[in-house]
Design a protein around this ligand. Structure first.
Ligand code: FES
Ligand code: FES
Length: 158
């Protein structure tokens, strides 16, 4: 077993894991942060997207030991003071989800692209979210939700 220290959703945690444990396994199985989903386990679907040190990563292909010392945020850490994040609200308002399986990963990727200052036209959003697959194929509403969430994030930060 290896010992690692992570800051997860603002809280410092010391964890023990196998050298080959992935970050998503540690989050789900040890910490019960099951909002981070596993759809493929091969870096294709984006359901496991979280933020590590402020950047979106697919947690199914990051070894937990490689993230020792990192600041990790999962979908559970996005809301502040029990108020949903503007991107979460926008997904609700724009019906940007159907079964919801892809939604946590979509939202984490969408927040990352806004934080990075990416262009926010529909075509650029589709390109930026190409690593996140929605099996329900609700892409039209997802793009609308990201545009609305992005404008609310920008308003809040101005
Ligand atoms: S489970 Fe990680 S990309 Fe699909
Ligand atoms: S809402 Fe069902 S997979 Fe995207």
């Amino acid at each position: 077993m290896e010992t690692i220290e992570l800051k997860i959703n603002g809280r410092k945690r010391t964890l023990h894991c196998l050298p080959n444990a992935t970050l998503v396994e540690v989050l789900r199985d040890q910490l019960h942060l099951t909002g981070t989903h596993v759809g493929c386990d091969t870096t294709q679907c984006g359901a496991c997207t979280i933020h590590v040190d402020g950047c979106a990563v697919k947690a199914c292909t990051v070894l937990a030991v490689r993230s020792d010392g990192s600041d990790v945020m999962t979908i559970e850490g996005l809301a502040e003071n029990e108020a949903s994040h503007p991107m979460q609200e926008a997904f609700k308002a724009c019906h940007g989800l159907q079964c919801g399986f892809c939604t946590p990963g979509m939202i984490m990727s969408a927040v990352d692209l806004v934080n990075k200052g990416c262009a926010l036209e529909p075509s650029a959003i589709r390109e930026a979210l190409s690593g996140n697959i929605c099996r329900c194929t609700g892409y039209q509403n997802i793009v609308a939700a990201v545009m609305q969430g992005a404008s609310e994030m920008q308003e809040q930060s101005s």
